[in-house]
Design a protein around this ligand. Structure first.
Ligand code: GTP
Ligand code: MG
Length: 261
């Protein structure tokens, strides 16, 4: 029987670690070679003024928070991509809106081609929870049946005036997702977008299935848009939405300037 001396031992350790490194490298190579499915989802943030929509978005995108309140006048759009799992990448196009929109005719552009809605209230301010029904009415009037909705109670770092049970009962009624978060402390912010993304994937796949069934039933083949075409169309129309939205914002800013002067 032969024993390893110190030099042999360190040599064999080096070999083992180089094998491990190689296997890590090849598993990374394998991972990179897996063809990933990319979902482009448009998400809209809604809810009363001051519930924390902009703060949630800033926390999610920039990992920042400010105690100052600047009400959103001209809404903004942010993009974020993340790897959902080994086979899936999600690209979110997130539209922040002004809580004041509830009292105006809310622009149809917000809801056009929207896959997900984050409907927010402030757990410290009961009135914002009570107005969720008004928001749901607006959403139902403007969006399609495949839109995914998550109800979000923000500011859980403050004293609560809406219980978790009330939120659960409310969401059970409508079959919505729910989450309680704090934009200030960053609690559950990533989780809320992950939950919503999971639901949007399910709804998107169901929509595709339903669409395919319809085409099969109608025996439409040549004239029917194929998936690639429809994806290109969808992304083009999202770009158009963005352009229209920017123009809309420019108009709003002009209006504001005119009002101010
Ligand atoms: N304590 C606490 N304050 C928060 C939190 N999120 C937002 N705020 C504060 O609440 C106020 C309103 O936040 P915004 O993000 O501007 O609210 P909004 O919903 O975008 O408001 P509008 O743009 O007017 O519709 C600001 O002073 C924020 O600092 C939170 O999680 N905890
Ligand atoms: Mg805002």
């Amino acid at each position: 029987m032969s024993f390893l001396n110190e030099n042999d031992l360190s040599e064999s350790q080096n070999k083992v670690s180089s094998i491990l490194d190689d296997s890590k490298f090849s598993s990374k190579q394998n991972e990179a070679s897996i063809e990933k499915k990319i979902y482009n989802f448009k998400v809209v943030l809604l809810g009363d003024a001051s519930v924390g929509k902009t703060s949630i978005l800033n926390r999610y995108i920039k990992k920042q928070f400010s105690d100052d309140y600047k009400c959103t006048i001209s809404s903004c759009i942010e993009n974020k991509s993340f790897t959902y799992d080994l086979y899936t990448v999600i690209k979110l196009n997130i539209w922040d809106t002004s809580g004041e929109e509830k009292f105006k005719s809310i622009t149809k552009l917000y809801f056009k081609n929207t896959h997900g809605i984050v409907l927010n209230y402030d757990i410290h301010n009961r009135k914002t929870f009570e107005s969720l029904n008004d928001w749901i009415k607006i959403i139902k009037e403007n969006s399609n049946q495949f839109v995914s909705i998550i109800i979000v109670g923000n500011k859980i770092d403050l004293e609560r005036n809406v219980s978790k049970e009330e939120l659960n009962n409310f969401c059970e009624n409508y079959n919505f997702l729910s989450e309680e978060v704090s934009a200030k402390n960053g609690i559950n912010i990533d989780l809320l977008f992950q939950k919503l993304s999971k639901k949007m994937i399910e709804n998107y796949e169901n929509f595709e299935k339903e669409d395919n069934n319809k085409s099969e039933n109608n025996n439409i083949d040549n004239n029917e848009m194929n998936n690639e075409d429809s994806k290109i169309k969808l992304s083009n129309s999202m770009n158009d939405d963005n352009k229209n939205f920017q123009n809309d914002n420019i108009e709003k800013k002009k209006d504001k300037e005119i009002q101010c002067c």
